[in-house]
Design a protein around this ligand. Structure first.
Ligand code: TMP
Length: 229
């Protein structure tokens, strides 16, 4: 298979169909912009499987996604041109917003915050203003409504599992026909999940803060998603 793109924990390959790609999820985790790395066995497959379930869930409420199918740690997807903006939605304060603003960890946001970050590791993914997004020739309101719908959908799924959806990051892309679709992944690598009413993490913070076994936590989330499907 011809490699198109090597990400930090995933590789994108060409397929026979020029409209599609294959994304392989590796047994690898990174944090701090690649400065901290580990290779936990089974991590690629569990992230891929969680993503596939969540892509199917959001498709059911009408969100267009790049997702086509899954096999083990490989996801078949539509080929897209990635929008160089990461959209973060926050229900509860954690991570960078706690480090960089007066909001204390765990406070809730009503309505949830929708934020834009430049997708550029070399620049450390800085926070963008709406004007900067517009200057980059993207309309922020194309993304805000979809993000809010995904938030409501995922929050209700995790609520049933007694999990608080703290925050998550989305990536978007345009297909060859010009459709705007949700791309990349939807897994505990790109969201924060706390046991309801507590700050017990079932996400990549376990690795960032060296507080536990991410594969065990991610497998718990996968098993719960299957149970509540
Ligand atoms: P933050 O607290 O670092 O701003 O992250 C907010 C959420 O977005 C958190 O769930 C992690 C996720 N995220 C990514 O997955 N990739 C990124 O590059 C960034 C900046 C955040």
């Amino acid at each position: 298979m011809k490699e198109i793109l090597q990400g930090k924990v995933k590789t994108v390959y060409d397929t026979e169909d020029a409209e599609n790609v294959l994304i392989e999820f590796h047994d690898k985790v990174t944090a701090g912009n690649g400065r901290k790395v580990d290779f936990p066995e089974g991590k690629g497959e569990v992230c891929c499987q969680i993503s596939s379930i969540l892509f199917e869930k959001i498709a059911k409420v009408g969100v267009k996604t790049h997702y086509l199918g899954v096999d083990g740690n490989k996801m078949s997807c539509k080929r897209v041109d990635i929008v160089p903006i990461e959209v973060v939605c926050r229900n509860l304060a954690a991570g960078s917003i706690v480090r960089e603003t007066p909001f204390e960890e765990g406070i809730s946001f009503h309505p949830p915050l929708v934020e834009f970050y430049l997708k550029d590791d070399a620049k450390n993914d800085p926070l963008l203003t709406l004007d900067r997004v517009r200057l980059m020739k993207y309309n922020p309101y194309d993304y805000i409504g979809i993000t809010q719908l995904i938030n409501v959908t995922l929050k209700s799924i995790f609520d049933e599992m007694d999990i608080d959806l703290v925050d998550f990051k989305l990536e978007f892309g345009h297909t060859s026909s010009g459709d705007l679709v949700v791309a990349d992944e939807l897994s505990p690598d790109s969201m924060r999940l706390w046991k309801k009413g507590t700050k017990e993490s079932f996400d990549k913070d376990l690795f960032r803060k060296e507080k536990g076994d991410i594969v065990r936590a991610y497998k718990y989330i996968l098993q719960q998603l299957k149970e509540f499907s």
